[in-house]
Design a protein around this ligand. Structure first.
Ligand SMILES: CC(=O)N[C@H]1[C@@H](OP(=O)(O)OP(=O)(O)OC[C@H]2O[C@@H](n3ccc(=O)[nH]c3=O)[C@H](O)[C@@H]2O)O[C@H](CO)[C@@H](O)[C@@H]1O
Ligand SMILES: C=C(OP(=O)(O)O)C(=O)O
Length: 427
């Protein structure tokens, strides 16, 4: 099992290109199931989750190929054609590591009238049921049940419906949106997720001929059509990867420029980092950020978009660990998303947890230690902690990191960090 070895204390300097968004690319890949024509996605990041999704789509019968660069390496475009789908099933071995695999359910059911999808895995940050996906599809007329760990669904043709989810759910909104585009009649999704990744998916679906309005608000209206056609779509930049690099420079010091970013999708993160003392300047697709001194502690609570993203909580907590003052952090989206706290404590952080609230009393410095990554963003927070800690930090179980960050250590090296990947046997 690979680990990351980081020697802390080096400020970050230079430029880095941000990859396409994992959480937008995943639903867009699944949307290719909605048509027999070719769908081309550009700016698709090279991540384990994307690889797993491509495997899953191929198992279903979708042709899915990445382009190659002039140097013979994998490129960032993926061409998909779901013209010979054979197996309307998503098996456990491909679904267990990845939450987003549930996103094949809506499209398969809408286009083929049946689907059998193993209940998904993903980051172990809470219970993460899919009851709202199921409730929504049932409201559209699907006959749907859980059998032997699989969601099994059938429908002649889905019927438009008014669906109000009990809570805001990102993949729930995406699944129901993909089901609604081929349903008969009008579907209204109330309490819909407003996340930019939902908007990105809606833009792809519209390019494929779907009739959607209200995406980006909490009420999405879909007029179902008989069929969709092919399209080419560029996946939005990863706002969480960009935010992670901003937390890294905030914690380690220095000045960096991020290219291929969408600052408009990062309002809450930028606000909090500015409060922490990060000097930030934004252009249409770039961000320049520098940290002149020690960060200031910032309180925050995670919320649905446009609030502060839960996927940024661990990284901003790492920055708060060495900030001047005390920060109160409240996690409102997931019930078990403080797994990084005990590892940060091993590095000298002073953090108490009481239910959904974490109190972080900033210490002047952290000290390097061997730590264990427990989920994707927890891993990123430990890397940030390692960059600013005194001495060596060894982050174990970085397969979590590889699920969602493209070449993180290469990008950090480019910014001057002392970081390298080591094979599992390193002591
Ligand atoms: C692949 C992807 O895009 N993952 C993101 C997506 O996850 P995901 O879509 O799984 O997260 P949701 O928005 O669905 O979850 C929000 C809350 O609703 C609950 N819930 C959700 C659905 C449901 O049927 N029943 C239910 O109870 C969840 O347990 C959670 O407490 O949004 C999360 C919240 O921004 C992010 O942290 C994840 O990175
Ligand atoms: C929680 C995340 O991913 P997933 O929903 O795929 O587990 C994440 O991207 O932070």
């Amino acid at each position: 099992m690979d680990k990351l070895l980081i020697t802390g204390g080096r400020p970050l300097r230079g430029e880095v290109a941000i990859s396409g968004a994992k959480n937008a690319a995943l639903p867009c890949l699944c949307a290719a199931l909605l048509t027999a024509d070719t769908v081309t996605l550009e700016n698709v990041p090279q991540l384990n989750d994307i690889g797993t999704t491509l495997k899953l789509l191929r198992r279903i019968g979708v042709k899915a190929e990445r382009d190659t660069t002039d140097h013979g390496e994998d490129g960032s475009s993926v061409v998909l054609a779901a013209d010979q789908v054979q197996a309307l099933e998503a098996p456990y071995e491909l679904v267990k590591t990845m939450r987003a695999s549930i996103l094949v359910l809506g499209p398969m059911l809408a286009r083929f009238g049946e689907a059998r999808v193993s209940l998904p895995g993903g980051c172990a940050i809470g219970q993460r049921p899919v009851d709202q996906h199921i409730k929504g599809l049932a409201a559209m007329g699907a006959d749907i049940s859980i059998e032997h760990g699989f969601v099994v669904a059938r429908a002649k043709r889905l019927q438009g419906a008014v669906i109000r989810t009990d809570m805001v759910t990102v993949t729930g909104t995406e699944n129901l949106l993909m089901a609604a585009v081929l349903a008969e009649g009008r579907t209204v999704l109330e309490n819909a997720a407003r996340e930019p990744e939902v908007v990105d998916l809606a833009e792809l679906l519209i390019a494929m001929g779907a009739r959607i309005s209200g995406h980006g608000t909490d009420r999405i209206v879909v007029e179902g059509v008989q069929r969709l056609h092919g399209a080419t779509h560029r996946v939005m930049p990863d706002r969480i990867e960009a935010g992670t690099f901003l937390c890294a420079v905030g914690a380690a010091g220095g000045e960096i420029v991020l290219r291929n970013v969408a600052p408009g999708s990062m309002g809450a993160t930028l606000d909090k980092l500015r409060q922490a003392g990060l000097a930030v300047e934004c252009g249409p697709d770039w961000i320049r950020a520098g940290m002149p001194g020690r960060p200031r502690a910032v309180d925050f609570r995670t919320q649905e978009y446009p609030g502060f993203a839960t996927d940024m909580q661990a990284q901003l907590m790492a920055l708060n660990a060495i900030a001047d003052g005390t920060a109160v952090i409240t996690e409102t989206i997931f019930e078990n998303r403080y797994m990084h706290v005990q590892e940060l404590r091993r590095m000298g952080a002073d953090i108490d947890i009481d239910g959904h609230t974490a109190v972080v009393r900033g210490v002047p410095r952290l000290s390097g230690a061997a730590v264990m990554a427990t989920d994707l963003r927890a891993s990123a927070s430990l890397v940030i902690a390692g960059l600013m800690a005194e001495g060596e930090t060894l982050v174990d179980r970085i397969y979590h990191l590889d699920r969602g960050y493209e070449s993180m250590e290469r990008k950090l090296l480019q910014l001057g960090a002392d970081i390298r990947r080591v094979a599992g046997s390193w002591q």
